[in-house]
Design a protein around this ligand. Structure first.
Ligand SMILES: Cc1cc2nc3c(=O)[nH]c(=O)nc-3n(C[C@H](O)[C@H](O)[C@H](O)COP(=O)(O)OP(=O)(O)OC[C@H]3O[C@@H](n4cnc5c(N)ncnc54)[C@H](O)[C@@H]3O)c2cc1C
Length: 476
């Protein structure tokens, strides 16, 4: 390298760094330092959401904590704009910055299970499929999300829920410790005993407080088979089916989780071709216990209305966790809006159905996750994640490929959001906030925990080095 490289700084300006500066950083790394055009550069900057197309000036592809320390210190010393990438799934695209320094953790994917201690240590670049495959080799699991290509880092730092969360809690409720590089470049261990305030903050507070290099989770015996599957109804019957669904779930055991989705029917192999592309309601049910004992509760959901088709039975956990991957594959243009609900009154169901009739593309969907159970038995102040009163989280997965449809798709999502607002708690799951939402326009993201988070931020990152995230401002 013979010429200086200009990088964006955190104050909005830029700085030119000499080849010697970059060689100094490179010499400290086990991993690689990439400039535009280098192998690995495009891989690191390409995110799940194709709406995000940013080009960092320099990317460090880390292989371990030493690389993370070197990159964080380099960014701090030169005042650089820094972005940190885990799995690259976040809708807002904060895992990559334009013109700054990107720290890519996606090559750090080791997962080590301790079957005696019932714990697992997971490196920060692992994706959920890595975690499930390693833990299920021992018949164990940690509650994580429903898409196997999502990164463990962003998911955990925001909270993390999935099919087993009503029984086992959020991902953060099962976090025992983490190794984290602070804004001054020190590697610290955080747990209930060590740095407990910081441990509190990273359980929901996102990447605001440091770069996690690995997580340690508590494991539970789950699987290897779950009782799970999907049931497809015509949208025309959605209201009565959802009313019955709501009644059953009001007293359902924690093992039972049933998400629902309103969309155009995908070409599912068990659905007759004449229904492909028609408006449908899909119930996705999972019994996170012995499949035999789940037959009654899951059967009650199967007994609702007259489904067009269904596919329910014992399924390996690892397979169930990958089932929705094809519908949420990387590379599409995406815009999300999310609301949380404690109740779903009839008027809310009507609003969902009316908006589903106008869904703009075949790949878009209104996905409503079923939470509650063990999640809600944790006090709202126990972790930075405050939403312990929620039963449903709606995520509008608006997806399309042609940029000409940007306006139409975003407008549809905003209209649905507005229509559902009267029924919502006002809180929002930070991991579902798109690029145009901030903690200013969605203050419900941290609700009563925000003030404490700003104080911890002021102590640990007063210069806001870690700002490419749903940013918590340091208290002044
Ligand atoms: C298809 C799909 C399905 C999803 N399903 C679920 C689900 O079932 N349950 C659920 O809870 N969520 C789900 N999510 C949301 C998901 O939790 C968030 O998108 C999450 O942020 C993804 O983490 P990531 O590491 O892949 O993201 P990234 O985009 O890499 O990172 C997200 C944010 O975290 C920061 N960050 C990443 N790694 C670190 C680190 N090691 N240290 C500090 N900061 C870091 C980044 O800077 C960025 O701000 C889903 C998302 C998608 C796209």
């Amino acid at each position: 390298m013979s010429t200086a490289v200009t990088l964006k700084t955190r104050d909005g300006g830029s700085t030119a760094l000499s080849p010697e500066h970059l060689d100094g950083l490179r010499a400290k790394l086990r991993g690689t330092l990439c400039l535009p055009g280098d192998p690995g550069y495009d891989q690191a900057r390409t995110l799940w959401n194709a709406m995000i197309d940013r080009k960092p000036a320099v990317t460090v592809r880390a292989l371990g904590a030493a690389d993370v320390i070197a990159a964080v210190r380099f960014a701090r010393e030169h005042g650089l704009l820094l972005a940190v990438r885990g799995g690259g799934h976040n809708i807002a695209g904060n895992a990559v910055c334009e013109g700054g320094l990107q720290l890519d953790l996606s090559l750090m994917r080791s997962v080590r299970v301790d079957p005696k201690a019932l714990t697992v240590r997971v490196e920060a670049g692992a994706v959920l499929g890595d975690v499930d495959k390693e833990t299920q080799a021992f018949g164990l699991a940690v509650p994580i999300g429903i898409n196997s290509t999502t990164g463990i880092s962003g998911l955990t730092l925001g909270g993390g829920f999935g099919w087993t969360s009503r029984k086992l809690g959020l991902t953060i409720d099962n976090l025992l410790s983490a190794d984290l590089v602070t804004a001054n470049g020190a590697l610290v261990r955080v747990s209930e005993k060590e740095n407990p305030e910081l441990f509190w903050a990273i359980r929901g507070g996102g990447g605001n407080f440091g770069v996690v290099t690995s997580f340690e989770f508590r494991l539970h015996p789950v699987g290897p088979e779950l009782l799970a599957g999907v049931i497809v109804h015509p949208l025309a019957k959605a209201k009565e089916v959802l009313q019955g669904y709501r009644r059953i779930l009001a007293t359902a055991p924690d093992e039972l989780t049933v998400f629902f989705v309103l969309r155009k029917a995908p070409p599912l192999p068990f659905l007759a071709p004449e229904y492909h592309g028609t408006d449908v309601l899909v119930l996705a049910a999972c019994w996170a216990g012995d499949p035999e004992t789940g037959k009654g509760p899951v059967g009650a959901i199967q007994g609702l209305g007259k489904p067009l088709a269904e596919h329910v039975g014992p399924v390996p956990l690892v397979m169930w966790q990958q089932l929705l991957d094809p519908m949420l594959a990387a590379g599409a243009r995406n815009y999300w809006k999310s609301q949380s609900f404690a109740e779903l009154p009839d008027a809310a169901i009507d609003a969902l159905i009316e908006n589903a009739k106008r869904i703009p593309t075949a790949d878009s969907e209104i996905a409503v996750a079923h939470v509650g159970g063990a999640i809600n038995r944790v006090p709202a102040q126990a972790t930075a994640y405050p939403h312990r009163n929620v039963t449903w989280i709606m995520n509008e997965h608006t997806r399309w490929t042609d940029p000409a449809q940007d306006k139409e798709c975003i407008a549809w999502a905003r209209k649905l959001f507005d229509d559902m607002a009267p029924f919502a708690t006002g809180g929002v799951y930070v991991n579902f906030m798109p690029e145009d939402e901030t903690l200013k326009n969605r203050p419900g993201a941290y609700a009563g925990n925000y003030e404490k988070l700003t104080q911890i931020k002021a102590k640990l990152d007063p210069d806001n080095l870690f700002r490419m995230n749903q940013n918590i401002q340091p208290a002044r």
